[in-house]
Design a protein around this ligand. Structure first.
Ligand SMILES: *Cc1c(COP(=O)(O)O)cnc(C)c1O
Length: 391
């Protein structure tokens, strides 16, 4: 019997224990401490931006971004249907309404449909976009699975209709353009705001944690202020705004600093293993590996296998259960957010590819520790399973 091959587990091969011990010994375990500043500096240097604020989670980073973008109760926010629900929940925290726009073949927001929605379904007067009387203030763009959304086209639409762009780069730390107008730019540093996550299964982890950046560095300062209860005086309790308890702790940041030292290595391994899966599935008729966007160096965080539903009779659930019995953990791409109970009455626009992919995409084991032998085993088992299910 083979060992269990998990979908995605964290990797602590570096200085994690040493730095966390140091933070403990120094007694700095909470939202003050040198590791937080150091992590922020490491992130800013890596992303080539002026400033980054460390947060308690990616969700907190996204919520702060919407607050700073000025999203108010009753506003509309354009969002994706096929992603993790945390990308959309903060819209509701602001008592605003999501409007779901279809994805393209990268699973990220389709810029053609985004433009069509703004042009055909909205009014644009004096710099204000409205839809049925609702002000559309922002768009949340998710860089799904480490892919890069088509930011060239999306930024043009946002410019034409005066939309704030919140990039959910929680899955895409390290993904960057290598060609075109944004060559050298990292996911999360192109729009107005960029949110990152260091949850357990992300490319680097702090247990739970996140970070936020903004094009305007003064906004990052303000985001940090909001994340620490909007404290206006360090000694007396003076607060001029409603703040949040969204700051990362020093213990988490100690983990994060160690993980940042390994990020390039993790990206290299994710890329290599993606290449290996791709070559092993080459020419297989019942499933194919989905590519990452051209002109982009992706972090290749999660791998997507598209099942040929014309030939394979089984549902994703049946495939996942059968693989689980072989000791291989896989998962389905997410259920559509617009079909979840809190969102089923919200508006959708031209959803075609999202439901298509929701029925076909299987994510394969992708931990940075996975071995070549593991990948060969996973591929062989998936092939023989699908062959047995094919018509
Ligand atoms: C992980 C993730 C988040 C949320 O990050 P947390 O740190 O878990 O709050 C948001 N959006 C997407 C697309 C994610 O994958």
């Amino acid at each position: 019997m083979n060992q269990y091959i998990p979908l995605s587990i964290p990797n602590f091969e570096g200085n994690e224990k040493k730095y966390v011990d140091e933070a403990l010994e120094q007694g700095w375990v909470s939202t003050g401490g040198a590791y937080i500043t150091r992590l922020e500096q490491e992130l800013a240097r890596f992303l080539r931006v002026e400033d980054v604020a460390a947060c308690q989670s990616g969700t907190a980073a996204l919520h702060l971004s919407l607050v700073e973008a000025g999203v108010r109760p009753g506003d509309g926010v354009l969002v994706p249907p096929v992603t993790f629900i945390a990308a959309v929940n903060p819209v509701k925290y602001q008592f605003a309404n999501p409007i779901f726009i279809d994805c393209d073949d990268s699973f990220c927001m389709d810029p053609v449909k985004l433009r069509a929605f703004c042009e055909q379904e909205c009014e644009f007067k004096e710099g204000v976009l409205t839809h049925g009387g609702r002000r559309i203030r922002a768009v949340v763009v998710v860089h799904v699975f480490g892919n890069m959304a088509d930011m060239e086209a999306i930024m043009r639409v946002a410019g034409d209709f005066n939309l704030k762009v919140v990039e959910d780069a929680t899955e895409a730390l390290g993904t960057r353009y290598v060609e075109g107008r944004f060559a050298g730019k990292y996911a999360g540093t192109i729009g107005d705001f960029g949110a990152f996550s260091f949850n357990g299964n992300k490319i680097i982890t702090t247990g739970g944690g996140g970070a936020v950046t903004a094009r305007d560095p003064q906004m990052v300062t303000h985001l940090r202020y909001l994340s620490t209860q909007a404290k206006d005086d360090p000694h007396y309790y003076v607060h001029h705004e409603v703040g949040y308890n969204y700051r990362m702790t020093n213990l988490q940041a100690a983990l994060g600093v160690a993980q940042m030292e390994e990020l390039e290595e993790f990206i290299a391994r994710k890329n290599r293993n993606y290449g290996l899966y791709s070559s092993l599935f080459e020419g297989f008729e019942l499933a194919e590996m989905m590519p990452f966007r051209g002109g982009v160096a992706s972090n290749c965080w999660f791998y997507s296998l598209k099942i040929n539903r014309g030939r394979v009779k089984a549902s994703l659930r049946e495939i996942i259960t059968a693989l689980e019995e072989k000791g291989i953990q896989t998962r389905a791409i997410w259920g559509l957010i617009n079909e979840q109970r809190p969102y089923k009455d919200e508006e959708t626009y031209s959803l075609e590819r999202a439901p298509y992919y929701a029925e076909r995409i299987l994510n394969l084991p992708c931990s940075t520790q996975i071995t070549t032998a593991d990948i060969e085993f996973v591929t062989k088992e998936i092939k023989s399973l699908l062959e047995g299910m094919a018509r």
